[in-house]
Design a protein around this ligand. Structure first.
Ligand SMILES: *Cc1c(COP(=O)(O)O)cnc(C)c1O
Length: 266
């Protein structure tokens, strides 16, 4: 039997890797001259079953109970099917779910049953649908504008040159709160290129916040950096890093990998 087949063993692995990840994030923040609690960890749980995700939530709760001082992890799903399968099972742990993959319009209602935020808003159409769906809520829905900073054709996201205007339009829609900007970084070993992409997202964010356009005042968030490159993202100001493999281990080779959404940048 593989060690990972034993649930208790798997839970210990996840807990150890989460602790190591927290250390990595803390070191990256410190190296960037930033307070450690500036950087929130979102666990990207695609392809992982609810038992494994629960182990991560439990490990996180235990670390906080022991005085880690860290904010609770967020959870992110790329696919609505996975979200609606896992979220009810984990509801007792009350995790905060973000949608981090492309959201088809026919899945909006299902996603919003569980998601507190949609990080993958890349066009007006989705923003308008979300706004129409949530406008009668008391609490606005947090949305993030996803930008394709690398220009890689497989990647989801608005073009950088369109992102500022899109963000202003999204921010003005009723029922939505523009919380920031999200990107999946460039792939490959060229750290300068990866980092330049993150710097570009930060520049877009800075321009939008400085514009003073209605609804843009809260848009300070930067969701960027994954298991392979979080240090570069934290150095460029990431407020949320989205982590899969560094905590959960490698994913099955087939399935679950959204276009441009998945593998470590290096
Ligand atoms: C899978 C995924 C991540 C995490 O990727 P890792 O390299 O496994 O850390 C982050 N963001 C998105 C959008 C993802 O799909």
């Amino acid at each position: 039997m593989e060690p990972q087949d034993d649930p208790q063993e798997r839970a210990r692995h996840v807990a150890a890797r989460l602790a190591a990840l927290r250390d990595r994030v803390a070191r990256a923040a410190t190296a960037a001259g930033r307070p450690v609690d500036d950087v929130r960890v979102l666990l990207a749980s695609k392809t992982m079953d609810a038992v494994t995700v629960r182990a991560a939530l439990a490990a996180d709760a235990a670390a906080r109970a022991a005085g880690s001082g860290t904010a609770p992890v967020l959870l992110g799903e790329n696919r609505v099917q996975e979200l609606v399968a896992k979220a009810p099972v984990l509801a007792d742990a009350a995790p905060v779910w973000h949608v981090i993959g492309p959201l088809q319009s026919n899945k909006v209602n299902a996603a919003l049953r569980w998601a507190a935020a949609v990080q993958s808003v890349a066009d007006d159409d989705l923003a308008l649908r979300l706004s129409a769906r949530v406008r009668e809520r008391d609490v606005p829905l947090d949305v993030w504008v996803q930008v394709n900073v690398s220009g890689e054709p497989t990647k989801h996201g608005a073009r950088p040159q369109d992102a500022r205007d899109l963000a202003a339009r999204v921010a003005a829609l009723p029922g939505l709160r523009l919380a920031g900007f999200m990107t999946v970084g460039a792939r490959g070993p060229d750290e300068d290129r990866v980092r330049a992409g993150y710097a570009l997202l930060r520049a877009v964010r800075d321009d939008v916040v400085a514009s003073g356009a209605p609804g843009t005042g809260d848009a300070r968030g930067l969701s960027m950096g994954m298991s392979g490159d979080l240090e570069l993202a934290v150095a460029e100001g990431a407020s949320v890093v989205r982590i899969g493999t560094a905590v959960f281990g490698s994913r099955p080779a087939t399935g679950g990998e959204p276009p441009g959404g998945g593998t470590p940048a290096r």
